[in-house]
Design a binder for this molecule. Structure first.
Ligand code: APR
Length: 173
């Protein structure tokens, strides 16, 4: 399972995986951060399809086509906004990863790319989020053959360091 998860530094809009995940908000109508980058790269047809979805609950996920993106699909998931940890934020973040993987598998995706959900504008503590992400992804892959490969696409060095450490923790003997 170890070699089915990788951590890279880069721009998720340029990844050629079957599905990229968008750290969206519950409106699914775009925003800043990675949400804004994905919508800019995908073009206006992405927003047009998102409008037909009528939003998405935190922790759930919905899938659209990728349009001008190299990725075939975009899986949109609203992560939890951090309010100190007492509002079920950890479970909701885990649910984001699980919901996205379930949708990816249902669509037969072999490769999926995730951004660091909720650790930007939503202020989820980075190291804690990385641990939750890796544990949830590891748990899903241990009992599913698809997706074959999951890539965390980190936008900066600090984020990459956190996910490298979380992956090392997950796979230590
Ligand atoms: N590729 C990969 N990662 C990116 C990219 C990119 N092109 N652009 C930003 N990121 C990273 C950020 O650096 C951060 O590590 O994505 C991570 C998540 O940060 P945000 O995009 O701020 O997402 P989040 O914290 O989940 O907040 C979601 O922000 O943009 C709005 O509409 C969005 O309301 C929603 C909220």
């Amino acid at each position: 399972m170890k070699n089915r998860i990788q951590v890279i530094q880069g721009d998720i809009t340029r990844q050629t995986c079957d599905a990229i995940v968008n750290a969206a908000n519950t409106s699914l109508l775009g925003g800043g951060g990675v949400d804004g980058a994905i919508h800019r790269a995908a073009g206006p047809d992405l927003l047009a399809e998102c409008r037909t979805l009528h939003g998405c609950q935190t922790g759930k996920a919905k899938i659209t086509k990728g349009y001008r993106l190299p990725a075939r699909y975009v899986i949109h998931t609203p992560g939890p906004i951090w309010h100190g940890g007492g509002r079920n934020e950890p479970d909701l973040l885990a649910s984001c990863y699980r919901s996205c993987l379930e949708l990816a598998e249902a669509k037969g995706c072999r490769t999926v790319c995730f951004p660091s959900i909720s650790t930007g504008v939503y202020h989820f503590p980075l190291n804690q989020a990385a641990g939750i992400a890796m544990e949830t992804i590891g748990e899903f892959l241990a009992s599913h053959t698809l997706p074959a490969q999951v890539t965390m696409v980190c936008f900066d060095g600090t984020t990459k360091g956190a996910y490298d450490q979380a992956l090392a923790e997950l796979t230590k003997p």
